[in-house]
Design a protein around this ligand. Structure first.
Ligand SMILES: Nc1ncnc2c1ncn2[C@@H]1O[C@H](COP(=O)(O)OP(=O)(O)OP(=O)(O)O)[C@@H](O)[C@H]1O
Length: 453
């Protein structure tokens, strides 16, 4: 964008010379011969910088007129960058004015190079301060929006989480589908609660289905319902979760685990609201807002034919990317004090260890570590060893990969699982806990890696 510079000088020749110099540098120059005209221009069009003389009436050399114009401009445009063109008699006044900020002075006759440098510097400074004010304003608005929202007990202190929560609160107002992506235990379920709690549907049901936790053959009956006799063991008719959520919100966790046949049905409900219970030809219709979540790389699943692309775009109208805990370190102390409660505190050593840990199981792992620390603590001041942190620590300078659906969540390796199985004598509940995974997530990972159950 071309920046506009207003030149105010009672000498027409000076105006023309300055305008030419500025225009040759790509600025747009507007000239006027006195203060009244200058103030009129400033009130009627966008100006980015003013170059002004200090005296406008013949035989006046006090600089008083220039000072008056300076303050008149400042009254209406407090941050307007200004360059004062001074004769030696005005120097003291100019120096005094420059001290108020956003201003510079140039002795007459001026040096073109110095003048252009000063113009560029002031414009740059002005741009930065404008950008900064925009950021501050946006942050204040965000914080206000978040303050007014129901955060369902979510604890956070990091900017990354603030942005994520802000987006959740904003999208809550509409009824578009939201896909929450992020690693296990990072708080995707919590974010779904926030979206529902701040939506117009907040008094309607919020139904949650962990798609990954259900056996494939029961999943469709669970989602869409089944008539009696629809499959072995279905002795009576059951309504599905879509019907239960009618008028409200349905949260589909671990959506990446939905088999292809279920994906087709889900796509149809999202498009038309229609579906049939298993074993029935009667078409039913519901109005449900769908929030889904995944820790899987759905774009990879699409490329490998495991997930329908059309369904992905339906679910993913808005994507909320929840960063891993290791990428939002400011949340760690806040979460720790919440989980250990007011009767406990942590030593500086413990704090350092908690910040250095890589948290592959994210907040769930942190919550478990805190519970353990509180149980085993010998005093109210918790030490690093009370948290039992073994295994992964963040390497210096490490930043984990982003968790957008195009990037996989941090992997728990075969060796991690085998080590944990050995350490916990194969007790899956303990292994899952130590890795910060749900039992189902652990089983799925073991199956994928070919580790015997
Ligand atoms: N910011 C937070 N403040 C308080 N508790 C949190 C926060 N984030 C997560 N938790 C707690 O951590 C645990 C795991 O969170 P949640 O179930 O929401 O994670 P998730 O990403 O849905 O995990 P999964 O992918 O395994 O389903 C829960 O007990 C949840 O209440």
């Amino acid at each position: 964008m071309t920046e506009t510079i207003l030149v105010v000088d009672d000498n027409q020749a000076v105006c023309q010379a300055l305008a030419l110099t500025l225009e040759l540098q790509g600025y747009q120059a507007v000239t006027c011969l006195g203060p009244d005209e200058a103030l009129e221009v400033l009130s009627s069009r966008e100006v980015d910088l003013v170059i002004q003389d200090m005296n406008f009436t013949q035989d006046t050399t006090s600089g008083g007129e220039g000072r008056q114009l300076f303050y008149d401009i400042r009254t209406c445009h407090p941050n307007m960058p200004l360059i004062l063109m001074t004769a030696w008699t005005d120097l003291n006044t100019a120096v005094e004015l420059v001290k108020t900020g956003h201003a510079d002075y140039m002795g007459k006759p001026w040096d073109d190079t110095k003048l252009l440098t000063s113009v560029a510097n002031l414009l740059n400074l002005h741009r930065l301060s404008r950008e900064n004010s925009t950021l501050v304003r946006q942050q204040t608005q965000r914080q206000q929006g978040i303050r007014d929202a129901d955060l369902c007990g979510l604890i956070f202190a990091s900017g990354a989480m603030e942005r994520c929560v802000d987006l959740a609160v904003q999208v809550a107002a509409s009824d578009v589908p939201v896909l929450i992506t992020g690693p296990n235990g990072a708080g995707k379920d919590r974010l779904a609660d926030i979206i529902h709690a701040n939506s117009v549907l907040k008094d309607k049901p919020l139904i949650k289905v962990n798609v990954g936790a259900l056996p494939v053959d029961l999943l469709e009956a669970e989602l869409f319902g089944a008539e009696a006799g629809a499959f072995t063991g279905a002795t009576k008719a059951r309504i599905g979760r879509f019907e239960a959520a009618d008028g409200g919100t349905l949260f589909l966790d671990e959506i990446g685990n939905l088999p292809l046949s279920g994906q087709i049905k889900l796509l149809r409900v999202l498009q038309t609201g229609e579906f049939e219970r298993l074993g029935s030809h009667q078409t039913r219709k519901v109005k449900v807002r769908v929030i889904s979540a995944t820790n899987a790389n759905l774009t990879e699943d699409i490329a490998e034919g495991r997930f329908r692309e059309d369904l992905f775009y339906r679910l993913n109208v808005i994507e909320l990317v929840l960063p891993p805990l290791a990428e939002r370190q400011d949340d760690i102390p806040a979460l720790v004090s919440y989980f250990i409660g007011p009767d406990f505190s942590i030593s500086p050593n413990a704090r350092a260890a908690l910040l250095a840990h890589a948290w592959p199981g994210n907040v769930r792992e942190l919550e478990n570590a805190c519970k353990r620390a509180v149980l085993l603590a010998k005093s109210a001041r918790l030490e690093a060893q009370d948290f039992g942190l073994t295994g992964q620590v963040m390497e210096a300078g490490q930043t984990n990969a982003p968790t957008a659906s195009s990037h996989p969540a941090k992997k728990i390796s075969r060796a991690d699982i085998e080590d944990a199985l050995a350490a916990h004598n194969g007790v899956v509940a303990h292994v899952a806990k130590s890795l910060g995974l749900s039992r189902q997530a652990l089983y799925r990972r073991m199956d994928k890696l070919g580790i015997a159950r």
